[in-house]
Design a protein around this ligand. Structure first.
Ligand SMILES: [Zn+2]
Length: 233
């Protein structure tokens, strides 16, 4: 029954406006979560003309991204967006950091701002060593290999910069379940595009499983990059 719950939306009229379509669908998916109050902040692209008006209509604030550490490797990040008080706190935290602040501390500040669970932030900052891959990737590949390529639908709604601590992380799955339902209700096109973005990435190179031609997995790529950065520290 839980899945049949009707989502109430605070800003449906904004999501139905032509202006809304000027934002990239994957950015829209993340922005609407912040507007609806189920995600603390986001770092997304936007133009300098229409985007600020949309942000104001959503009761949010945006600042051009001169961030302590740009967490987005997938596509251009321009604005840091959140409710005014949250944005102020985040920017203050970033400004007050000493020069020699570790990547782990920076990741933690950004992870909290982006609304990721503490356990996932902790794992991202201090990865568990299992072979040569982060735990999430290892576990997900095993899970998919054992389940004919299937995986929890929630993972189709991973924001581009989010890697859960584990493929069975209850906190990540619970958070993603809330986000998934909100995105599907508010902006079906954004939901479809985010799911497509993640689906392509979840294809794995297992000779026992027949997939469409293998595309460079985004999550694997990001995770490896993170892994290298942290290993070299
Ligand atoms: Zn976790």
């Amino acid at each position: 029954m839980e899945n049949l719950k009707v989502e109430t939306l605070k800003y449906q009229s904004v999501y139905e406006s032509p202006e809304w379509q000027t934002i990239h669908p994957i950015d829209r998916a993340q922005l609407l979560l912040v507007a609806e109050g189920v995600k603390r902040g986001t770092i997304i692209g936007g133009d300098r003309y229409i985007f600020p008006h949309i942000i104001a209509n959503l009761g949010l604030n945006a600042k051009l991204n001169t961030d302590i550490n740009n967490p987005k490797a997938v596509y251009k990040a321009v604005y840091v967006v959140a409710r005014p008080d949250i944005l102020r706190a985040y920017l203050t935290a970033g400004n007050d950091l000493p020069e020699n602040t570790s990547m782990a501390v920076k990741h933690s500040i950004i992870g909290q701002f982006l609304g990721y669970p503490d356990c996932c932030i902790q794992e991202y900052s201090h990865p568990t060593v299992i072979g040569r891959e982060p735990r999430f990737i290892q576990e997900l590949e095993v899970h998919m290999a054992q389940n004919n390529g299937k995986y929890p639908a929630e993972f189709d709604f991973l924001p581009p910069s989010f890697t859960p601590c584990s493929a069975t992380c209850c906190n990540a799955l619970a958070t993603l379940n809330i986000w998934m339902r909100k995105i599907q209700a508010a902006d079906p096109e954004a939901a479809q595009q985010l799911a497509q973005f993640n689906k392509v990435d979840f294809q794995i190179n297992d000779p026992n499983i027949r997939f469409e031609p293998l595309v460079q997995p985004r999550i694997l790529k990001i995770a490896r990059k993170i892994w290298r950065t942290l290993s070299l520290k």
